[in-house]
Design a protein. Sequence first.
Length: 311
Amino acid sequence: MVVKPSSKCTWEECVREELTGIVSKNVISALVKAFVHCYSRFEECGGGKRVSYVTGFSREASVKLYEEFRCPKVKGLMDAAEHYLRSLANIMRDSFDAVFLIRATLQSRLTVSTRNPALPLEISISWDPVLNLPYIPSSSIKGLVRAYVETYGGAELDEALVREVFGSQGSSGLVVFTDAYPVECSGESLVEPDVLTPHYSEVRKAIDEASSSPTPLVFPTIARNVTLAMVVAFRCDRGSSSALDCAKVLKLSEKIRKALEQGIGARTSIGYGRASVSLENLSKLTEAQPRELGGRPRSDSATEGFTEPAG
């Protein structure tokens, strides 16, 4: 489609118009359509003299996502996501020995930087094309939990058991994580724009000080005060082996809570992805245990023998 010249040449307005009402559209398809449709306006306006098209489009798209994904507008999408997770949990209870529903309320913005070829953004974000919501891939969650347990698991969760639980090459492991989706939103918007400003460009694998040029890159993040939910399920044994008993499941569930509170997603070392985490026990384990773990002090021995990081 050819964009007709106008008296006021603004490719930014083209992007904003294309993305109006995006909350009721497929976000990935709408972004791609807008990116292609508005490029001719960008060329016509000579926008490339000031900023690259991808950089400019990312800025406009991030702001528009913030405006369109206001919390009241996305309640239906989040309710559908929670229903989906509850349905998964009910199915998993028939196949696994222990199932927990995890809820993580963000205390800071969360970013899951991905190189998604389907999203024309400078710094991308994981986006589910079916539920039409940002999400955290299960592989990322499992990876951060495994790294935490390997470091702070203690003597009882040794290297061999970690491999058995989380899997290795040729083995799927005894624990399964689902993707994490937003299910509650108590701030202004589900999505907030953030800014990263690189000062240098790499030239021939070296920093070129002479051509230093700070370039603000605006990208979408999941806002603080958003609650994400996911399901984790354990098999307490494999065949005739009893590698993972119910007591260890409780210890591992507490490790998962601690791991997620240390930070979820990317850039956690500078404060992104901090969360308050609770676990709802949906399973029928043989040992008596609290229905809600949620980080409250425990009177049993489920957390003995572990060394936690300070703070």
